[in-house]
Design a binder for this molecule. Structure first.
Ligand code: ADP
Ligand code: MG
Ligand code: MG
Length: 874
């Protein structure tokens, strides 16, 4: 026979799967000796059995009756007894708190006879009739789905609630009973045991209510858990001035500040506080109103904190000067409070630093690192797009990159989408807004790398750069109008919303914030601990000396990806064009490379100096060459215009031929990465020489440069062997160069599968998880996000975008295979990750589990990855 019912005295918080959160915590408080009204919990098993078969398990109602007799004995009152009626509450409570999802019925046990009894025992007829009308209302609504408005109409027609006396309420009850009959075709159930029975089943059924299902889907709570039901004796806060009800937190859930905090409502029932119908007083007022209860409440709260070793929130009621505890749970809190409380609890000796790390998370830290809009001063949003790069930005609208770069005041760059040509504008803008693309669109990736707030894919925006307008729901904004962009939430606001800077970022980034700020101190302390325990190193992706220096301040222990392509943009573009136009002309090509060499050497020298003593992984040129040339249509138009005017298109004509020659159907699968290095003679040699010469110069200046050379897009060991041999020959010729390890990215699935062979030639592997994901799945991230990702997420084919969080089963498997087989060949192979996933909290945990050595991410994500790397251990 199954046991479906557990008395509060017999349960514990460890049984939350069976008893639900509320039931388990009521049991825990009872065991601690706190004053909880007697009661019992019907298990989630019983709910599941009922929902599966549609019938109540036979044992269940018998067990309920047994336990009810126990409650009656302890309260010395009986259910349905006209002289001393016991009243009950029937409360839902699943494993996870689902606020407002499932309903509670209070005052069960009242009927036409017990209401008189209650009036006599309480010496208060008004109270008794008010309780009865509440029961019919709550019961009718929750158990029989009678619209709440039907009751409210009658109540408000009877006059202001406070003015209703016992007789008036008696009339309301009579009217309520008619409503009940009209809607259900039956009388309001007078038998208290039937009331309990019906209420329990209603709670079971409410698990499958529309609201509950929607909430679960949104919060990823499984559908098959079921809810528990708590049945307990009622206590009354609405019995006069020495009664009341309240909610309290053991610390301030907004700031983490120590000390009880909450609201109290004299002469009221719990429902009234939640409904917010009357004004509450601060908890501290209870010290004057009811000093003894207040002292006892504080003592109980201390006991709960001590026991749960965490911030607790509670519901309590005082009946005639007697305190009752009605609910507790480990309370929700803001990210600020999460860090502050974790550190406080360490100081108070309640938890150790490992436990403190478990209590905070990377996403919470991310929230603290970026400026935010003042929630009190935020107007209605114009629209919402994809929250692509967190932070708050306020600026004037500009529609093109050149205007952004030229602007004197803060600007928001607004584009349908961005491309590499927009880079100067993106750097100049304080925020970026696009109408198309998702979290891995160009705009999003670049913005995150720069720590620039960005909202992308705001599809409701009609962006017309030619007209200089931005239209949304009929509102037309012009270039120069100020807007506010929230990259943390994806919301766009009209005008300038006040921004609160992140004190934490100022402290971490440049050390100017006061470190006696409790949030900053707590974060520092937990990051220190994370750094001490983490096995996974955290490097940064940084392409410039400034980024390298920032990464170092944010405590990156190396650079895992230094891209070199941006070093060929801007004023160096003509040099690259010259290289491309040289074609088979050796002299011309060598001249172009010779001109690039000193520029590259200076680039590398700056980065190596900023990262002195730490590894700097430099990736040889990766993108297809035509990315450095003007677009085909633009060139065609230029040449046509020149010819129409009878002028000589000159260099443009040559460029056009080159663009046509280099044109690719699938550039991502074309002439790029190592293929480029093997096809364009001298290109990689020039880069290697620049690296070696820069390192030699750093050493001469007394530094300790640690460059490493990373070859992109390798699919076969012979590709890597050829590049490596050439590189070593170049390095050997540079006087004073240190030893420079050569390794490879693993981003082509074939390379992952043949990693054992590739490791023969590679000193290290770095997983380029962006390319590995797109090639592993066979879709291009630049094209597919808007096309079908939404649908795939809806269908549950993706739990989240695989470009955001690593697809552990598929792409993750390639990573595990490659890491294992690579290390089998070369036990001291260093294995890291340098894709976007390196800064994603749940991916970091996977990379730890897969046994990698480090992750590398944009500088701003370094603290987040570091925290998560520590959390993966504890
Ligand atoms: P929710 O999960 O929506 O908070 P609860 O089950 O906690 O629902 O109950 C709703 C309100 O009724 C709360 O304010 C609670 O304190 C109050 N309440 C529940 N049970 C009792 C009881 N036995 N006596 C007095 N008030 C109660
Ligand atoms: Mg509650
Ligand atoms: Mg790549």
């Amino acid at each position: 026979m199954s046991t479906y019912v557990h008395d509060f005295i017999d349960g514990s918080r460890d049984a939350a799967d069976l008893l639900g959160g509320k039931g388990a915590n009521l049991a825990e408080m009872t065991r601690l000796g706190l004053p909880v009204p007697p009661g019992f919990t019907i298990t989630t098993d019983a709910c599941r059995a009922y929902l599966k078969t549609g019938a109540v398990p036979v044992e269940l109602m018998r067990q309920v009756e047994d336990h009810l007799r126990g409650v009656e004995a302890r309260m010395d009152r009986r259910l349905g007894d006209p002289d001393h009626p016991l009243l009950l509450s029937v409360r839902s409570g699943g494993r996870f708190s689902m606020p407002g999802m499932m309903d509670t019925v209070l005052d069960i046990g009242l009927n036409d006879r017990t209401v008189e009894g209650l009036a006599r025992v309480a010496g208060d007829a008004r109270f008794a009739w008010d309780s009865y009308r509440r029961l019919i209302q709550m019961f009718g609504h929750t158990v029989f789905d009678i619209p709440a408005a039907a009751f409210e109409e009658v109540l408000s027609a009877a006059g202001p609630e406070e003015s209703l006396d016992a007789d008036a309420l008696r009339d309301v009850v009579a009217a309520y009973k008619q409503i009940f009959h009209r809607h259900t075709g039956r009388d309001f159930p007078q038998a208290p045991h039937e009331q309990v029975h019906l209420a329990v089943l209603a709670v079971f059924r409410s698990w499958n209510s529309e609201r509950a299902q929607v909430y679960r889907r949104q919060e990823h709570i499984p559908d098959d858990l079921g809810t528990a039901v708590n049945v307990m004796a009622m206590v009354f806060g609405n019995r006069g001035p020495d009664s009341g009800t309240g909610v309290a937190f053991t610390r301030d859930p907004a700031t983490g500040r120590r000390g009880a905090y909450g609201d109290y409502l004299p002469n009221a029932q719990g429902e009234d506080v939640v409904a917010g119908v009357r004004n509450t007083v601060p908890l501290q007022a209870l010290a004057d109103l009811q000093p003894a209860c207040y002292a006892q409440l504080l003592a109980n709260m201390d006991a709960l904190e001590e026991h749960y070793r965490d911030l607790c929130d509670i519901e309590f009621t005082i009946e005639h000067g007697r305190l009752w505890m009605l609910q507790t749970r480990v309370g929700k809190r803001t990210p600020e409070a999460a860090f502050v409380i974790a550190a406080q609890l360490v100081d108070e000796g309640l938890i150790d630093l490992d436990e403190a790390l478990r209590r905070v998370s990377g996403p919470q830290l991310a929230h603290l690192m970026f400026p935010a809009f003042d929630p009190a001063a935020t107007p209605r949003a114009l629209t919402t797009g994809v929250a692509a790069s967190p932070g708050a930005a306020v600026g004037a609208i500009v529609f093109d990159s050149a205007a952004a770069a030229a602007a004197r005041e803060p600007v928001i760059l607004v584009r349908r989408e961005t491309n590499p040509d927009d880079l100067p504008g993106m750097i100049a803008a304080v925020g970026i807004l696009t109408g198309r693309g998702g979290k891995t669109s160009h705009a999003a990736v670049v913005a995150r790398g720069m720590g620039r707030p960005c909202v992308c894919g705001a599809e409701e925006l009609d962006i017309d750069p030619a007209a200089g307008t931005l239209t949304v729901h009929g509102t037309v904004l012009h270039a120069g109008d100020v807007i506010s962009v929230d990259g943390t939430t994806g919301k766009i606001y009209p005008g300038a919303v006040p921004v609160r800077p992140s004190a934490l970022m100022r402290h971490l980034g440049d050390g100017t914030a006061r470190s006696d700020d409790p949030v900053v101190a707590a974060v520092d302390r937990l990051l220190d601990h994370a750094g001490r325990v983490a096995r996974l190193g955290v490097y940064a992706n940084a392409d410039t000396p400034e980024d390298a220096a920032l990464a170092r301040r944010l405590r990156a222990t190396g650079i895992g990806l230094c891209r070199t392509e941006h070093m060929f943009l801007g004023e160096r573009r003509p040099l690259i064009e010259r290289l491309i136009l040289a074609g088979d002309d050796d002299t011309e090509r060598e001249a172009a490379l010779a001109a690039l060499l000193p520029l590259q050497r200076a680039d590398f020298a700056g980065i190596l100096a900023a990262m002195d003593g730490l590894p700097v992984t430099i990736r040889l040129l990766d993108p297809p060459l035509h990315e450095f040339l003007p677009a085909l249509d633009e060139l065609t138009a230029r040449v046509a215009r020149a010819e129409a005017l009878g002028a000589d298109p000159g260099r443009d004509a040559l460029l056009l031929t080159a663009v046509r020659r280099l044109h690719e159907q699938n550039p991502m699968l074309g002439l790029r990465g190592v293929r480029l290095g093997l096809v364009v003679p001298g290109l990689y040699d020039m880069q290697v020489e620049a690296i070696a010469a820069a390192a030699a110069a750093c050493r001469r200046a007394g530094g300790d440069p640690r460059p490493e050379i990373m070859v992109p897009l390798v699919g076969d060991v012979r590709e890597l062997a050829a590049v490596r041999r050439a590189a070593e020959a170049v390095i050997a010729r540079v006087e004073g160069a240190p030893a420079i390890p050569v390794g490879t990215m693993i981003e082509v699935p074939r390379a992952a599968l043949l990693a054992g062979e590739i490791a023969e030639e590679a000193r290290f592997f770095s997983f380029g998880t962006n390319d590995l994901t797109q090639m592993g799945w066979g879709f291009s991230r630049d094209d597919v996000e808007g096309a079908f990702f939404g649908r795939y997420l809806e269908l549950g084919i993706f739990p989240v975008s695989p470009f955001e969080t690593i697809d552990e089963r598929g792409i993750g498997r390639l990573i595990r295979i490659a890491a294992d087989e690579g290390r089998r060949t070369r036990p001291d192979l260093v294995v890291g990750v340098c894709g976007e996933h390196g800064g994603d909290p749940s991916s970091v945990r996977f990379f730890h589990d897969a046994g990698l050595d480090y992750v590398s991410c944009s500088p701003y994500r370094v603290p987040i990855a570091r925290l998560e790397a520590g959390r993966a251990v504890v």
